[in-house]
Every structure is written in structure tokens, then in C-alpha cells.
Design a protein around this ligand. Structure first.
Ligand code: ADP
Ligand code: GLC
Length: 494
């Protein structure tokens, strides 16, 4: 019989409590899938200002967290469960660090200068909490740079604590672009010892690189698609850590994210006005008309292409900006939802003002609208320069909204290119991140919609039948967890 595992899952954002991107989706759903496999996860995150304390239960007694020269910080702990589950989630409450409007940055996009302290506090508080709850941990699962200090903390600061004596550590990299690079003084706050300040470990260009240290010390490192696990070992994708990742490739695994189909299914979606599925597709056309009415786009006989995402370089927005003016003159309409880099917000607002019948835009973050765009569009644009996994293209599949993607990371692993000869595929893909490739792939998609409607409809049905379930993903993590436990002897000597 397989052993049921006690899992300490720590992340800086978790749906539905706080979200800036896909990390929150994963952290809110994966622990529930692990629970369904018979494990015992608990989740830990900060109690940001936006999270209403009055809806949570207070865990009695303040908790001390040792922070080196800062002394012991006394934090509060609140708790509830993840929605529709029995998985407990704990919130670390420390007003001075987390009582701000943003998660990582202020209104102007400036990262908080004490992010190192803020997230070392979260990482250490998670250990202290396990002690307080008398939770004997089998698996410490850290995510991204914010909690990447946990593997090393387990080997040093918490080495002799019985709650962690039998635990192994997993670090999941959701995005290599953000590594957590700080002034080296943070080593004293971590209390891990200056012997770890060397280039094979925490050190990078005389500073501390949190993610690098996490990769060194974790018993296993995972990332969110197989293709990205390969890409992380190359200069194009690793933001300087390619050699480090290559050196640690023996414990690097790619596990594709899943989708919460209770949230993202056109047959039951509570945000859309007309439901549909493979057997009754007429609702999709109605969703399209609805969406166009909402933005004042005329109901022409042309395809509607949607975009939902952060306006960030990663998402290929510079390429989009370069070709959109050319595309707008084709028979097509666009609807964009996003927020982020100011130049992009201004540029796309300008497009919307100049082409009100062809280009619609909402600048901001709006979950309901993101569902409506998934449902009402014919194609979904996601030409990312890199994409560790990507969730929106997988949501799009379920809504029969054919993704137009660049073949990178999770986009490549989840979307199969249209092949008219074999009548196969679920979307439109291109390889090189060039303006030409993007322009012609979008044009190709528009042409297939227009001139090969039957093939387009069949492709929609194939896309809607594809499944990327969290159960599959959770089984992948489970396998890695057991692997680390079975290899602990080896790992101890790494
Ligand atoms: P990333 O984490 O890199 O931003 P993902 O595709 O993994 O990319 O996840 C993005 C998530 O955030 C998706 O759930 C997407 O629907 C959501 N999202 C991004 N921007 C917006 C927005 N402006 N409004 C609503 N949802 C958004
Ligand atoms: C990151 C990546 C995205 C991935 C998400 C969840 O934000 O950019 O591709 O889907 O994490 O793993």
C-alpha cells in the first residue's frame, strides 16, 4: 500500500485569495488534487492586506519566527480551507510586511525593496507553523523564488527538528525570469551560514540568487512542462542559470499543469450567457455576439480573435504590437483583456480608439470577462517568447477557441499544429519569434476559418475533447515525491 504523505505546500499566491498569475491557479488546485489521491497537504501563504481577516479563523497564540539580526518576529496565523475541500490553508499575518496594496510591487510597478525579508519570513514561518501544529512533514513543496530558501533552511536552520527529520524538498519553477536576486546580507537573516555564499550555491555576481540556491539544495526540482524543463538548460530560456540547471538535470522533471474543469467548461460556466459543448455548439455563436455587443463591435461575418494575459514581454506583446496594424486590415476582429506594461496599455488603447469596429480592449483584471472572451472568441492569441506552461491556451481548447501559439514550453506541449492533409491538430503554431511568422500564422488561422469551415469545426471538436486534468498532474507530483523519499540516501550526499 502506498504511504499517505504529509505535504507542506508553500506559495506566495493562491486562488481564490490572491492572484497575479498562473502560480495562484496551481497553488489553489494542486493541493486539492493531492488530497483526492489520499495525501495530507496543508497550504501556507501570506495574509496580504486584500485578504479579509474577518472571514478567517484565528489560530490562537502568536508565533515567533527567528530572523537573524532582525530578532524574532511575532506573527499571527489565520486559517480556513480551500474552497470545496478539506485542505487547510494558513495565512501568515505580519502587517509591516504584507499590509500593502500589492503582492510584490507598489502601484507604479516598483518591487518592494524588502521582498527578500518578506519572503524569507514566509518560508521560515511555514517551518515554525508545522512545529506549532505538530505536523510531521514528509514533503516540503516550495514554489518559485519566494520560497526557494526552504530546501536550504531545512538542511541548516531546521536540520535537527524532528518534524522535518524525514522530509524531502521539492522546488517547482513556474517562471525562470524571476529569480529573487538580492543583497547578500539576507544570508544573515536566513541564518544558513556564509559557507553557502559560493557560485555553486546561493551566490550570483556578489549577490544572493534565491532560486539558484533552491535548485542546489532541493531533492527534486520540477517545472511546469517537459519542453520548459529542456529549455531551462539553454541560454535562450534560463536567464543565466542554464549551466546550473544543466548540472542539476538529474533531478529536474517537467510536469504539465492541469485545468480546473469545474471552473473552465462551457457546459457549466457561470460567467457566460449561453452554455455550449461539442454536441450543441450554437451557444458559442451567441457568446460571440454577446461579447461583440458588449464592446460595440459590429456583428460581421469575420473571425474574432481573443487575448487574455499580462502585458509583459514574456507574452509576446511587442511582436503583437508590431504586426497588429497589418492584421487589422484583414477580415478579422480582436478583443484584448490585459494589464501590465504602460506602453502596451497605451498602444492598445490607441488601437481601440482608431479601429472601434475591429479592435476592442479592456485594460484591467477581470475574471468574468476572461471567461467571456474564452467562450466568445474563435481563436486565442498567445505568441509567448517563453511560456513555462500557460493556462489560457488550455482553457481555450475546452471552449473550442483555437489557440495561435509559438512552439515553446507548455504551448508546444499542449497544442498540436493543424495539419490539413491528415485532418489533425488543435491549433496554429509557429517556431521562430519573428514578426513574419506571427503575421502569417494569424493570417493562416483566419483563412482556415473562412475557407475551410468544416475542417475548422472538426478541429474545434478535437480541441474541446482534449483533457489536461489535475489528477494526472497530481500523479506526476506524487511520483516525484516518492522518488525523492526513496532516493534520500543519495540526495543527502549530493
Ligand atoms: P502567467 O502565470 O504567466 O501570467 P498563465 O497562463 O499560467 O500565465 O496564467 C494566467 C492566469 O491569469 C490565467 O488564469 C488567466 O486567465 C489569468 N489572467 C491574466 N490576465 C488576466 C486579466 N487581465 N484578467 C483576468 N484574468 C487574467
Ligand atoms: C508562470 C508561467 C506560466 C505558468 C504558471 C503556472 O506564471 O508564466 O506559464 O502556467 O506559472 O505554473
Amino acid at each position: 500500500m502506498k504511504k499517505s504523505l504529509n505535504i507542506l505546500f508553500v506559495a506566495s499566491e493562491v486562488v481564490p485569495f490572491a492572484k497575479t498569475g498562473g502560480l495562484a491557479d496551481v497553488s489553489g488546485v494542486l493541493p486539492k488534487a493531492l488530497k483526492r489521491l489520499g495525501h495530507n497537504p496543508i497550504v501556507v501563504m501570506p495574509r496580504y492586506y486584500s485578504i479579509d481577516k474577518s472571514k478567517l479563523d484565528l489560530v490562537p497564540g502568536a508565533m515567533g519566527v527567528p530572523m537573524g539580526p532582525m530578532g524574532e518576529l511575532w506573527v499571527g496565523v489565520y486559517t480556513t480551507t480551500l474552497p470545496n475541500s478539506k485542505v487547510p490553508i494558513y495565512f501568515i499575518d505580519y502587517e509591516e510586511f504584507y499590509g500593502r496594496s500589492g503582492l510584490y510591487a507598489d502601484e507604479n510597478g516598483e518591487s518592494y525593496s524588502d521582498n527578500d525579508n518578506r519572503f524569507v519570513l514566509l518560508s521560515k514561518a511555514a517551518f515554525q507553523l508545522a512545529k506549532k501544529l505538530d505536523f510531521y512533514v514528509d514533503i516540503i513543496h516550495a514554489n518559485d523564488w519566494h520560497t526557494a530558501s526552504m530546501p536550504l533552511l531545512k538542511k541548516t536552520r531546521f536540520k535537527y527538528d524532528e518534524h522535518f527529520a524525514n522530509s524531502s524538498t521539492i522546488l517547482t519553477i513556474h517562471n525562470m525570469q524571476h529569480q529573487g536576486f538580492f543583497f547578500k546580507g539576507i544570508i544573515d537573516v536566513m541564518e544558513v551560514g556564509w559557507e553557502h555564499f559560493n557560485p555553486l550555491d546561493l551566490e550570483s555576481m556578489d549577490g544572493v540568487n534565491m532560486l539558484k540556491g533552491g535548485v542546489t539544495h532541493a531533492d527534486a526540482v520540477t517545472t511546469v512542462s517537459k519542453r520548459y524543463a529542456q529549455e531551462l538548460q539553454t541560454a535562450e530560456f534560463a536567464f543565466g542559470l542554464q549551466d546550473h540547471m544543466w548540472a542539476h538535470r538529474g533531478k529536474l522533471f517537467g510536469i504539465l499543469n492541469g485545468v480546473d474543469y469545474e471552473e473552465w467548461s462551457p457546459a457549466i460556466d457561470k460567467y457566460i450567457s449561453f452554455r455550449f459543448d461539442t454536441e450543441y455548439m450554437s451557444g458559442k455563436q451567441k457568446c460571440k455576439d454577446d461579447l461583440r455587443d458588449m464592446f460595440g463591435l459590429p456583428r460581421w461575418e469575420v473571425p474574432l480573435i481573443g487575448f487574455v494575459g499580462r502585458f509583459a514581454e514574456q507574452k509576446g506583446i511587442e511582436m503583437i504590437a508590431a504586426v497588429i496594424e497589418g492584421l487589422i486590415h484583414l477580415d478579422v476582429q480582436f478583443v484584448f483583456l490585459g494589464t501590465g506594461e504602460k506602453w502596451a496599455e497605451e498602444f492598445f488603447s490607441d488601437m481601440a480608439a482608431r479601429y472601434p469596429e475591429k479592435f476592442a480592449l479592456y485594460v484591467g483584471y477581470d475574471n468574468a470577462l476572461s471567461h467571456q472572451i474564452e467562450a466568445g472568441s474563435d481563436m486565442f492569441l498567445m505568441p509567448s517568447l517563453f511560456e513555462p506552461c500557460g493556462l489560457n491556451q488550455i482553457y481555450s481548447l475546452r471552449y473550442g477557441t483555437l489557440p495561435i501559439v509559438r512552439a515553446t514550453g507548455g504551448l508546444d506541449d499542449t497544442i498540436e499544429n493543424y495539419d490539413p492533409v491528415h485532418n489533425s491538430g488543435t491549433g496554429f503554431k509557429f517556431e521562430l519569434p519573428t514578426h513574419d511568422a506571427l503575421y502569417h500564422t494569424v493570417k493562416w488561422a483566419i483563412d482556415v476559418w473562412k475557407y475551410e469551415p468544416e475542417a475548422f469545426r472538426e478541429m474545434q471538436k478535437r480541441a474541446m475533447k482534449a483533457r489536461y486534468s489535475w489528477e494526472e498532474a497530481a500523479k506526476g507530483y506524487e511520483a516525484v515525491y516518492y522518488w525523492t523519499l526513496n532516493n534520500r540516501e543519495v540526495n543527502n550526499y549530493r
